[in-house]
Design a protein. Sequence first.
Length: 154
Amino acid sequence: MRIAIFTDGSTSKNGKPDCIGGWGAVLLVLNGDREVVHYKELSGGKKGTSIGEMEMMAAYESIRSLDFDKAKHWDIHVVSDSQYVVNAFSERCYRWKMDGWLDRPNLNLIKSIYRMSEYLDVKWHWVKGHDGNKYNERADELAKEAKERVKAQC
């Protein structure tokens, strides 16, 4: 089995203390013929965040939602239009760990995702945003909808 996870984040007023954000994810379970046999959508959001945190939350919550006993034996791919996320886990995390996890934004999330992705042997892929990939586009819609739900509660 193969799991493909498409993630995205969205914010208003990024970089400001009153930043409002949302994240969205589409999880697909594919059989050997690459046919979708299970489809799941996840989303959430919060006030006082950043685009980096929302992009990371999408990956974190998606991976965390998996049944680790089963997923350990599956081929897992996270697809994001965030180079920040993809580069963190495909290139930088090992070095950050060796350097003692120096303080950086979203460090707790990064460490949690790193531990889960090492255990499950997650592969990370970048996709260009807003370029017609239907699952990336859906993750973007979910992130924006989640952001709007948070705005409505403020």
